[in-house]
Design a protein around this ligand. Structure first.
Ligand code: GLU
Length: 493
């Protein structure tokens, strides 16, 4: 494909960026990147009652978090701006004027009452054409102008050519879609309050911004024939359309609040990794080869294609998203995990402070035991908690104490473990030597290995589910480990 692909994501700032919108943005972004084209962000804020600056900011923030950089749009500018519709009113007016001048649009003075009466009459006589009855279509220019000058309210309607016939689009996802000529109304392009309608403003913008592919939700498929009429009236080339399926919840209904978190922000705040989230959303209706599930951003940005978008609605499955998130955490290096997830989480949990400084090898060793046990970032703090506790502050889980420490004979186990561990010097305090020191105890004491290691684990970590014992104890440090055994001793049986 040539390098002049231009696509846009055009959210209306009437709310936050939701999962469906995010997926549309991802597809547009990936399509632009895969084709060396331009990705344009345009704010469709023509609905002044529901659009807010705050929502625009939320959307921009979500786009940044998703890592969907735009080549033109708010904050970055570009040659085809401005990039919010409220700033483009003059262009819509100029386009509408041009259409009137060229006879592809006309003013209509019909009152709402007149329109309602005409509609009823069309229904009563079972007219196959139920739309606007084209009452003002035949007014002469002079007459129309005189009524405008006299202050009569009017809207501007497109003049659909009488012989237009069916509108056929070749949608990149749905294939050939035919819209019956009967449905082609002389629809309103400018309202009486001087604001453009969505179908008009969008096409004026898409044409002016030289958009080559319109990738959007298939709730807009029914708008497409009207938009095609506007392209034709403006004499602009019609872009390729790709209407992507809805996203459904597990119950088969359109994804909504009822299904849980729907805004991108909520997922960011819950700690999902942007890369994993983008990967998961990309797969809701698109596949690389029908099998591969982990598709890093750079692969998405080079391999995305419209022909692998599915016609069928996709189902959003939070469990698969969680799985994907864990996959991404699992694939990280210990150092990246430490910097990007573990240390920020420890800071967040007040387990370390801003000025936290530690030996790099110590941090890496900690990351190595915490990472495999972290599915969501917040898990990291819980897993690392015993390491950051001290003999005084360590919390003992009651059930673990009852099950793993309080039983008959385990006091003697702790005594023996303490003696064996105390024999290790500070320098010899490594995972291997700790394990080696504890290794002979089961046989020497004739106590099951599971019970011996369980007792030491509860004494050192306060629970029975902590990471590998030798590694954890090495991180805690010799003196504190011995002090923990002393503190736990009275709880042992
Ligand atoms: N502002 C419209 C929306 O958010 C854009 C539709 C389109 O892509 O044409 O639904």
């Amino acid at each position: 494909m040539s390098d002049n692909v231009r696509v846009r994501f055009a959210p209306s700032p009437t709310g936050k960026l939701h999962i469906g919108g995010a997926r549309t943005a991802i597809y547009n972004w990936a399509f632009a990147r895969a084709n060396g084209g331009d990705f344009i962000l345009r704010i469709d804020d023509t609905d002044p009652t529901r659009s807010t600056d705050e929502n625009t900011q939320i959307i921009l923030r979500a786009m940044r978090w998703l890592g969907l950089d735009w080549d033109e749009g708010p904050e970055v500018g570009g040659d085809f701006g401005p990039y919010s519709q409220t700033e483009r009113l003059d262009m819509y007016k100029a386009a509408a004027q041009k259409m009137w001048d060229e006879g592809t649009a006309y003013p209509c003075f019909c009152t709402p009452e007149q329109l309602a009466a005409d509609r009823e009459a069309a229904q009563a006589r079972k007219d196959p054409f139920q739309g606007y009855q084209r009452r003002c279509r035949g007014l002469s220019r002079e007459e129309a102008q005189a009524r405008i000058d006299a202050g009569e309210p009017y809207v501007l309607r497109i003049k659909v050519p009488a012989d237009r016939g069916n509108v056929v689009i070749n949608d990149a996802v749905h294939g050939e879609v035919t819209f019956d000529a009967k449905e082609l109304d002389d629809f309103v392009i400018f309202r009486s309050d001087g604001t453009p309608t969505y179908n008009f403003a969008t096409v004026v913008d898409d044409a002016a911004m030289r958009i080559t592919h319109v990738i959007r939700g298939d709730d807009h498929l029914s708008n497409t024939p009207r938009q095609v009429m506007v392209y034709e009236a403006l004499g602009a080339p019609v872009p390729t359309f790709a209407h992507i399926s809805m996203i459904l919840g597990a119950d088969g209904k359109k994804l909504s609040k009822r299904h849980g978190a729907t805004s991108v922000e909520e997922y960011r705040d819950a700690g999902y990794l942007s890369d994993a989230f983008v990967n998961y959303l990309a797969l809701l209706g698109w596949s690389l080869d029908g099998e591969t599930t982990v598709i890093p951003r750079d692969v998405l940005a080079s391999k995305f294609s419209l022909d692998r978008i599915s016609k069928n609605p996709a189902t959003f499955d939070p469990k698969k998203l969680d799985w994907m998130n864990a996959e991404y955490i699992n694939a990280m290096s210990d150092a990246d995990f430490a910097d990007q997830i573990m240390l920020p989480e420890l800071l967040e949990a007040d387990m370390i402070d801003e000025g936290f400084e530690a030996d790099e090898a110590w941090v890496d060793a900690l990351a190595a035991i915490v990472r495999p046990r972290t599915k969501m970032p917040a898990d990291a703090a819980a897993v690392a908690a015993p390491v950051f506790a001290t003999a005084e502050t360590l919390a003992y889980d009651e059930k673990s104490v009852a099950k793993g420490l309080a039983k008959e004979g385990l006091g003697a186990v702790l005594d023996a473990a303490r003696t064996a561990l105390e024999a290790l010097s500070e320098d010899a305090w490594t995972p291997e030597s700790i394990d080696a020191a504890l290794e002979p105890l089961p046989e020497a004491l004739d106590v099951k290995k599971r019970l011996v290691f369980g007792a030491v684990r509860v004494a050192e970590c306060g629970n029975m589910v902590s990471p590998p014992l030798g590694e954890t104890m090495a991180l805690i440090g010799r003196d504190d480990c011995l002090a923990r055994i002393d503190r736990a001793r009275p709880m042992a049986g």
